[in-house]
Design a protein around this ligand. Structure first.
Ligand code: HPA
Ligand code: ZN
Length: 327
């Protein structure tokens, strides 16, 4: 089997994908028309042409504008179902989807609408595509901890429909400790805990996410490389990093894919995983991310491919019995 074929064929988990970041421009325009939402872009082409980002915030501004077309349960379902069809084609057997309820509840969309639409797509993905899927509710870190508490409260009637919480949006200036109390509450509730840290923010945010929020995985985490002792800790404690290579290049964390330091993390023994983050905006879904990494780093071979795929299954939040079936 050639390496490109192997990359597709290997059973893989996707652990870092924002479902709102899978909204393709064509679907944005279709939903805008259906829901009577006026977009500040004249066409699909004009919207796509705006996808030139200089940093995280320049992306987030467009990402939140795109999400404004989501109003009905069917919209959330369609968005997630479209993602699952693409994921299945890439060899994804398990997906843990981030969603940003505050982006929707702030526009008057009910929490129930968001969660039940996404959950229905997860159920269908399992039944028709054989993909196991679950939801992780993300708090927007540019908003207050009080707002995060209110969001948690609104989501608790649907506690059985999501497995964990995360932290996303603008990282710099919004350190993990801002959310220490709400994460402590989520921990008491038995939710899994993850957080974006060390994407644009410093390595110290990775440390405080681990020590103060007690996260089980770190989303991105590539800035950990600024602190060799932290990389050694991640490897020793086997803390998974959900790395998003195309995202990192599009948001100028690295100048190009050849400059991406994923191979160093892997060589240091860190449980690195490959993920797509916001595939509709960053130029590719999961398999595109794997291929971009292996194309730009020819020294990575089949062993690295197997290791990355195995890491993704190991780092997932599925029960041990399901992990044993993947072995
Ligand atoms: N970083 C932070 N927040 C996000 C991202 C990201 O890459 N995508 C969607 N929300
Ligand atoms: Zn992300």
């Amino acid at each position: 089997m050639t390496l490109p074929t192997l990359l597709r064929a290997m059973p893989k988990a996707e652990l870092h994908v924002h479902i709102e970041g899978t909204l393709e421009p064509e679907l944005i325009f279709r939903l805008a028309e259906r829901n009577g939402v006026v977009l500040p872009y004249a066409s699909v082409e004009a919207l796509r042409a705006a996808y030139a980002f200089s940093d995280l915030q320049s992306f987030l501004d467009i990402y939140y504008a795109g999400a404004s077309v989501l109003l009905k349960e069917a919209d959330f379902f369609e968005m997630a179902w479209a993602y699952f069809e693409r994921a299945a084609a890439d060899g994804v057997v398990h997906a843990e989807l981030f969603f940003d309820p505050q982006t929707h509840t702030a526009r008057g969309v009910a929490m129930e609408t968001v969660i039940t639409g996404l959950h229905r797509a997860c159920q269908r993905a399992h039944a028709e595509l054989g993909i196991s899927a679950s939801l992780i509710l993300c708090f927007l870190r540019h908003l207050s901890e009080e707002d995060a508490f209110a969001t948690l409260e609104a989501a608790l009637p649907y506690r059985h429909l999501f497995i964990g919480v995360g932290l996303d949006s603008s990282e710099r200036g919004h350190p993990p400790e801002k959310f220490a109390r709400v994460f402590a509450r989520c921990r008491e509730l038995g939710l899994h805990l993850v957080a974006h840290a060390g994407e644009e923010g410093p390595a110290e945010y990775v440390e405080t996410a681990l020590d103060l929020l007690k996260v089980e995985r770190v989303d991105h985490g590539v800035r950990s490389l600024d602190k060799p002792a932290l990389v050694a800790r991640l490897a020793a404690e086997r803390v998974p990093l959900t790395v998003c290579p195309l995202s990192n290049v599009k948001l100028c964390v690295y100048s190009d894919m050849a400059a991406h330091r994923l191979p160093e993390l892997l060589a240091a023994g860190v449980c690195v995983t490959v993920n797509s983050d916001d595939p509709a905006y960053f130029g590719g879904y999961l398999l595109d991310n794997y291929r971009a990494v292996f194309d730009a780093h020819p020294a990575l071979g089949r062993d690295a491919a197997y290791a990355l795929a195995a890491n993704s299954l190991e780092a997932s939040f599925v029960p041990a019995e399901q992990k044993a079936r993947w072995k």
